[in-house]
Design a protein around this ligand. Structure first.
Ligand code: 2NE
Length: 275
């Protein structure tokens, strides 16, 4: 694939090719753990992909293998910069800004596919979880560590996990902090497919191309409908935003605006009250 770098970052790599954006966490010496800066960069790249009308699919992955031969998607929050109230950067302000990133990934009206080779652990596991689809390499390892390292994600990390794998399994994952291999992840519905690690990106691009053949508005409405089932009023806001978008695209919607601009009463008489 002919990837073109969009912008140079310190902690991530951001590339695009036809219709596809690829965002790679690039801290393999830390098993791609994120610090606040990593998350800010990821947020900016995902935002760019959201805004780019030529992009329909985002591949989200981790750089690797590291010099020791090991792979990682992401090992969660960088524990070496964890301060008293969150993860701390040069500003000294403690943050959990990965929660903002989680919401962006879920709400961007494009398909986000996690490509997981090696570890998807802790907050890194939650990041793959919230992606629309996950393709795992055969060497992928999944798990939560919170209760072991003094942390937890009771948001999407718990409730959305339970929607995916069921309550019993989700509680097992969090309460025992075990690691699960790719096959086990496939069996519990945590990933969509498993491929040899050397095939991971090719498979991701193939899935992306299949999505790109589909109707953007259909995919967009489906994603927000899936979200609305879990996300309460925020989910309804997203779903309803799509209804508004479609309404603006009708003559009926345009008549209201036009009448206002022309300082005349709107004429909706010609539009049917459909059954
Ligand atoms: C990922 C795992 C299981 C890999 O084990 P292994 O044995 O393959 O590698 P190793 O030697 O542990 O790690 C390699 C290097 O990466 C660093 C290590 O410290 C080590 O550095 P050096 O000794 O070579 O200098 N590293 C790995 N993960 C890191 C991390 N998260 N932060 C800082 N440095 C890290 C194993 O490394 C592991 O268990 N990692 C920790 C996983 C973890 O507990 N993550 C945090 C969970 S909490 C969280 O993410 C979170 C949340 O709960 C709520 C909100 C936001 C975030």
């Amino acid at each position: 694939t002919d990837w073109k770098t969009v912008k140079t970052y310190e902690d991530i790599i951001y590339q695009k090719t036809d219709g596809i954006a690829k965002i790679t966490i690039n801290r393999p010496h830390k098993r791609n753990a994120f610090r606040p800066k990593t998350v800010f960069e990821l947020y900016e790249a995902f935002w760019d992909a959201k805004e780019d009308t030529t992009i329909g699919v985002v591949l989200f992955t981790g750089a690797g293998p590291h010099t020791d031969g090991k792979y990682a998607f992401c090992s969660g929050g960088d524990q070496s910069v964890r301060g008293q109230a969150g993860y701390v950067d040069e500003t000294g302000i403690p943050r959990l800004n990965v929660l903002d990133l989680q919401r962006l990934i879920r709400s961007i009206p494009k398909v986000v596919i996690a490509l997981v080779a090696g570890y998807a652990i802790g907050g890194g596991h939650v990041l793959h979880l919230i992606c629309d689809l996950t393709i795992a390499a055969d060497n992928a390892i999944f798990g939560q560590t919170g209760p072991k390292v003094g942390s937890f994600d009771g948001g999407f990390g718990a409730s959305y996990l339970a929607r995916i794998v069921g309550q019993k399994k989700a509680r097992e994952i969090w309460f025992l902090c075990r690691q699960y291999n790719a096959q086990e992840a496939l069996e519990m519905g945590l990933v969509n497919t498993v491929v040899p690690v050397e095939q991971l990106e090719t498979e991701g691009v193939q899935w992306a191309q299949e999505v790109l053949e589909k109707s953007p508005i259909a995919i967009r409405c489906l994603k927000s409908a899936f979200n609305a089932d879990c996300d309460g009023q925020a989910g309804l806001q997203e779903l309803s935003g799509n209804a508004t978008l479609l309404y603006y695209m009708t003559e009926e919607g345009a008549e209201g605006k036009q009448a206002f601009l022309e300082k005349r009463p709107p004429n909706f008489r010609d539009f049917p009250w459909l059954p």
